[in-house]
Design a binder for this molecule. Sequence first.
Ligand code: URA
Length: 225
Amino acid sequence: MARHRLEYLEALGVVAYEPRLAARAGKEGGCPAATDPTLMDWDGLAATVQGCRCCELCAGRTQTVFGVGDRHARLMVIGEAPGAEEDRQGEPFVGRAGRLLNAMLRAAGLSREQVYIANILKCRPPQNRDPKPVEVAQCLPYLLRQVELVAPALVLCVGRIAAQSLLATDSTLGRMRGRLHQLQSGVPVLVTYHPAYLLRAPGEKRKAWEDLKRVMEVLGDGHSA
Ligand code: URA
C-alpha cells in the first residue's frame, strides 16, 4: 500500500493492516504504537516481533522469543522474559525453570504441547535484569495480540513481574495469588510462583500446587482434552 494512501487512511482514523506492512514496519523499526498489532494475524505478528527494534534489548539478543505451543490452547502460560537458553534456542521456558514448568503442567494433567507459552518481553534483558517499564510498554501489545489470537479459557501468569506487567498493578505476588483476575478483554487470569523461584524455594511448591488445582478447577473437567 502506498505511503500517501496510508497517511490518508490514518488521517481518517482508519487503521490499515496488511501482512507486508507488518514485515516492513519490523525492518524499518516501526513499533507497536505505529504498527498496531491488534489487527495482525499470526504471520504478521511473528514477522513484526522478529524484526522489532522498539527498545534497546534488540541490540543484545541472539533472536526474539515469540512463543510456542498450541495456538488454540485453553491454557496460556505467561512468563517474564527469555533467559540465556531461551535467547539461544528461540523458545520460551527451555532451561531449568522450563523443565520445572513442564512438570507443573504435567501435574495439572497438561503437556507442554497442549498449552501456549509466551513471555511479557520477547528479547532477553542483559544479565536477566528486571524488564524496564518502557520495555514492557513496547512489548506488551504483542503479547496482548497473542492472547487475543489464542483466545484461551484461562491465562496462568508465572511470577510477580509477569503478573504485575500483565495486570498493570504493583501488588505483591502473595496478594495476586488465589484470586481470579481478568484482562480487559475478559480473559480470566490466575497467578502463581515463577518456576525459577520454586527452584530456589522448593518449600513453596505446596502453594504452587494449590494454584495448579485452581487452574484445573477453572478449566473444568475437560481441561486436558
Ligand atoms: N523465565 C521466564 O520468565 N521466561 C522464560 O522464557 C524463561 C525463564
